[in-house]
Write a protein of this length. Structure first.
Length: 781
């Protein structure tokens, strides 16, 4: 399929003072690098994803992930007070339902900057300047003409080689001159000069975490010298630079350190690169790896192909006139950028993508650049499955698994749910924010930090891994143990509330506004939704009958949803009561936590028309204006309602009001969840599969009158491709990955496979059922 060339092109240099809006990012999951394309000097901000302060440290022997000993007694008391209507007394105890201390939570760090100066180039005499992030090739380039010579700079971040590679060349001989040095390194970082290599290394003062990096320079022609931590190359034909970095972080509780010799490992990575071959050879290896993921999905709108205009003019045309060309180029580009960013910031073996993916220029980044789990970490992975990148979710599964052990301590201290020899793996929990060092306690303020349902929500993310891939071994070995322990937790946590006549989570706080109540919709609905997934998982695996049956009983008593007098889906069960305290409600609040089972959950659908109607009323009531991630969330929500025009309005809003020139999403400041959520939302407008069947173009707007896509994924193991015109589906091709029965709602009547028409049944709801064979393609026309 012909598509646009997915490139983010600037005709202007970036500004290191405006990192978040003008840099261009590359990454390999473990490491990130951002570039500005200065003609006289390139600044490369370097990241290694495990470089965190906080956690265990000799300076902090008491570090225990924030847990407050015996807090469950206060929790119990708060429950009793809320049940008996003593709100003021209950609220007075809430400070006990926080972490003991915020000391040791830490923050993601920047490794430092690589400074590359180009002596002899004068910015004001440069012509034909261009810097470009090519998403199809996962390659950054910067080129310009100076004094009749074309200079070209390239960089990529290879996952297989675990290295960042850069090359500097020109179209004339002996013209490459550069000086490389590090700056903004951490205090105490040592730099060593080894003729063609600079290595950096040290221990973070806060926690003793060791880090090490190697920068190796290979020149072709010219001279190279290395003095005072500066490598200078003069009159070369071209120069190749490799950089890698590591820390001795490990996700193993409680030390969170490995005993690896990181200096040796780092040097081996570089030696392997140098032995492997040229820049081109390494690029080929990188491209093979990257394209095996990225190329799975294509999207084309309204027949536009070719190179996109430079991003600043594309964005301004999009914003000012919204012409069809600008829309049809920017929207697929934004879609693919989300996929590019996910591949670049989340690969097997790395930590999951954090609030900024893997990119960070600061040692005190917003929200510590942590793992926020009252929407943000979940949203990072919304596009992983439907945009055909399931592998990128492995770090999330691994991370959640690593939180179980510390999360058991939190379960014990705050919920009195105890794992011991008789009852091993008896329940874990985490709250609004977490770090790589097992921080699972509530935050330091109840009013954002308490979120018992956060884990239930995360379980939906990892359950979807199985739903899309049907990888039963992965379910059994990696996903199910986490789900089961979470199910054990909630099954012991819920209490019967006499007044509400239902089983409730209590106390509850709907992120991040409104009053403290019993059994709010956020918690009840997420626990229910998770329970539904758990039941299916345990049935598929034929295991844990007793727990299964207990949960089956509990589900009936959760009663998560109700509709308010004004026709909205209630966020708080008590909201129609006179005593209900409305003073803390923010009418247009960005979190819409009571709609989580419309999206990403699947229990509010067209099969629950009353709840769907109330959800739509709620979305209207909340309004369309919001911060970046919340708009992305609304794209998905509206897509689920089937209203393509409204989903599109939100998407336009996201791109118009919450997107920097480099296409990073802002909250503000930069927060990557909106990119991931927006990309997932575009896919959700094109294909849905949560209602038991595949629906093609469930929510396309008039602005996408014509188009095509390839390779989007649907639940039960299908890859879906389609073409449409005049808003009507003309052809669908479905590849069966697992041989499951295919359920699809479609206007197309002829179905063939291998050139032969296959008979199929259409059930009463207009859904066609086809039995499929693994690897075969089913064509609907
Ligand atoms: C949630 C949001 C904030 C922000 C933070 C990182 O708590 O409510 O808006 O996105 O995460």
């Amino acid at each position: 399929m012909d598509t646009i060339e997915n490139k983010i092109v600037f005709r202007t240099e970036g500004d290191p003072g405006k990192w978040e809006s003008t840099c261009l990012p590359i990454g390999n999951g473990y490491m990130g690098a951002t570039f500005f394309g200065g003609t006289e000097r390139e600044t490369v901000v370097l990241n290694e994803k495990t470089l965190w302060v906080g956690g265990p440290s000799v300076n902090r022997p008491e570090y225990n992930g924030g847990n407050r000993k015996g807090a469950y007694k206060s929790v119990k008391r708060v429950q009793e007070l809320l049940s008996s209507g003593n709100y003021d007394e209950a609220l007075a105890l809430l400070p006990d339902l926080t972490c003991e201390t915020d000391v040791g939570f830490g923050a993601y760090q920047c490794l430092g900057d690589l400074n590359i100066e180009f002596p002899g180039i004068e910015k004001n005499k440069v012509t034909e300047y261009k810097r470009c992030l090519d998403l199809d090739r996962a390659l950054y380039t910067c080129s310009f003409i100076y004094d009749g010579v074309t200079y070209i700079r390239e960089a990529f971040a290879s996952y297989p080689a675990r290295v960042i590679c850069m090359r500097f060349r020109s179209d004339a001989e002996n013209k490459v001159n550069l000086r490389l040095s590090f700056y903004k390194l951490h205090d105490g970082c040592e730099i060593n000069d080894w003729s063609t290599i600079l290595d950096i290394g040290g221990k973070l003062a806060d926690n003793g975490l060791e880090y090490h990096g190697d920068l190796a320079v290979d020149k072709y022609g010219g001279e190279l010298s290395c003095t005072d931590h500066v490598i200078t190359v003069t009159n070369a034909d071209s120069v190749t630079v490799f950089f890698t970095a590591l820390t001795n972080y490990s996700d193993r509780y409680p030390t969170y350190r490995s005993d690896e010799n990181i200096a040796v490992k780092s040097r081996n990575i570089i030696s392997r690169c140098q032995a492997y071959g040229t820049f081109e050879d390494l690029y080929k290896e990188h491209y093979k790896d990257y394209s095996s993921l990225f190329d799975r999905v294509k999207l084309s709108l309204n027949g536009f192909t070719g190179e996109t205009a430079d991003i600043e003019s594309l964005l301004s045309r999009y914003r000012e006139n919204g012409d069809t060309e600008a829309q049809s180029m920017l929207e697929p580009l934004y879609f693919q950028y989300g996929r590019y960013l996910l591949i670049s910031s989340s690969r097997e073996g790395s930590l999951p993508a954090n609030l900024q993916g893997v990119w960070n220029e600061s040692n005190t980044p917003p929200w510590c650049c942590d793992y926020h789990i009252n929407v943000n970490l979940q949203m990072n992975y919304w596009g992983a499955y439907n945009t055909n990148l399931a592998e990128t979710a492995e770090p999330l599964v691994r991370y959640l698994d690593s939180l179980r052990e510390p999360g058991r301590i939190t379960a014990k201290e705050y919920y009195n749910i105890i794992s011991d020899k008789e009852n091993p793996e008896n329940g874990w929990i985490a709250h609004t924010q977490s770090n790589p060092f097992g921080w699972t306690s509530p935050g330091w303020d109840f009013y954002w930090g308490w979120s018992t349902a956060a884990v239930a929500w995360l379980m939906l993310n990892i359950w979807e891994y199985f739903e899309f891939t049907r990888d039963i071994t992965f379910l059994r070995e990696r996903i199910y143990p986490i789900m089961r322990e979470s199910a054990r937790f909630y099954s012991q946590w819920l209490i019967w509330d006499d007044k509400q006549q239902r089983l409730v989570s209590s106390p509850t706080y709907s992120p991040e506004h409104g009053p403290v109540t019993i059994g709010n919709t956020y918690e009840q609905s997420l626990i229910m939704e998770f329970y539904v997934c758990f039941l299916t998982a345990s049935e598929i695996l034929g295991t844990d009958k007793e727990l299964h049956d207990k949960i089956e009983e509990q589900i009936k008593l959760l009663k998560p949803y109700s509709v308010s007098r004004t026709g909205l889906l209630k966020e708080w069960f008590e909201e129609d009561e006179n005593s209900f305290d409305r003073s803390k409600i923010q009418p247009n609040h960005r979190h819409i936590s009571h709609l989580l089972c419309l999206y990403p959950g699947c229990t509010i659908t067209h099969d629950t028309p009353d709840l769907l109607k109330a959800s739509i009323a709620t979305l209207n009531d909340r309004g369309d204006e919001s911060t970046g991630w919340a708009r992305a969330y609304k794209v998905n929500l509206w897509a689920r309602t089937g209203d393509g025009e409204r989903a599109y309005k939100l998407l336009r809003g996201l791109l118009t009001d919450c997107t920097y020139p480099n296409l990073w999403d802002f909250h503000p400041p930069f927060q990557i969840d909106g990119n991931f959520g927006g990309s997932a939302g575009i896919a959700e407008m094109l294909v849905q599969s949560h209602e038991g069947y595949i629906s093609v173009l469930p929510a396309v707007p008039a602005a996408w009158a014509e188009g095509g896509f390839e390779g989007l994924c649907a639940r039960d193991g299908f890859e879906v491709s389609a073409k449409w015109s005049d808003g009507t589906v003309r052809e669908v091709r479905i590849r069966s990955l697992c041989g499951n029965a295919l359920f699809i709602k479609t206007n197309l009547s002829e179905i063939s496979c291998d050139g032969e028409i296959i008979p199929c049944e259409c059930n009463d709801d207009g859904i066609i059922v086809i039995s499929t064979e693994i690897g075969k393609i089913y064509k609907l026309s």
